[in-house]
Design a protein around this ligand. Structure first.
Ligand code: HEM
Length: 151
């Protein structure tokens, strides 16, 4: 699927955030070096447990296990690790992959709140290096803004 999906194909009007794709360097790669793959997979698994209890549960498939694995593979790369997502699932094209799901600003806020909860005490839970937490949260804010596709 490309980003140039027509309204007829999607059956709805696609909103494009005027800010455009996220700019900037992305999270510090020391995060992966310090946490390692297993901690990142655990962190994302806990994040999906939060999503499961949230108001945006309906957007996700019934079984969240595969979703969690896919997201974890993506975050490994984002945080400075090997290209796991690309190897298993192909080019990320994240905005295009999110287009089938109606994501508005309030869904984004719920998504961010779920992440916020998981990141509380992340140093103890997942060895997250807290000096890079602010940069990571900035990344989540700007990347998630680009996933919004409904006004
Ligand atoms: C703005 C709020 C967001 C919402 C409501 C949302 C929702 C969703 C939904 C419904 C799916 C499809 C179900 C699944 O396979 O998991 C999905 C997939 C995914 N999301 Fe998000 N997402 C958001 C933001 C993000 C952000 C900011 C990232 C990464 C930084 C991300 C990473 C992923 C990944 C890697 C997948 C799997 C794609 C695939 O291979 O199919 N999402 N998301």
């Amino acid at each position: 699927m490309s980003d140039f999906v027509t309204m007829a194909e999607m059956g709805r009007v696609i909103y494009t955030p005027p800010s455009g794709p996220p700019q900037g360097p992305g999270p510090n790669s020391a995060i992966y070096r310090i946490m390692g793959e297993a901690n990142i997979f655990r962190m994302i698994s806990d994040f999906y447990k939060e999503l499961e209890q949230s108001e945006i549960r309906h957007l996700f498939p019934p079984n969240l296990e595969e979703s969690s694995q896919k997201s974890a593979a993506f975050f490994v790369t984002i945080l400075g690790g090997p290209p796991l997502y690309f190897e298993k699932y192909g080019p990320p094209r994240m905005r295009a992959r999110h287009l089938p799901f109606e994501i508005d600003e309030s869904a984004r806020q719920v998504w961010l709140r779920c992440f916020e909860k998981v990141l509380e005490g992340a140093d103890v839970k997942y060895q997250f290096p807290m000096e890079h937490m602010e940069g990571f949260k900035d990344f989540l804010k700007s990347f998630s803004a680009w996933m919004v596709n409904k006004a």
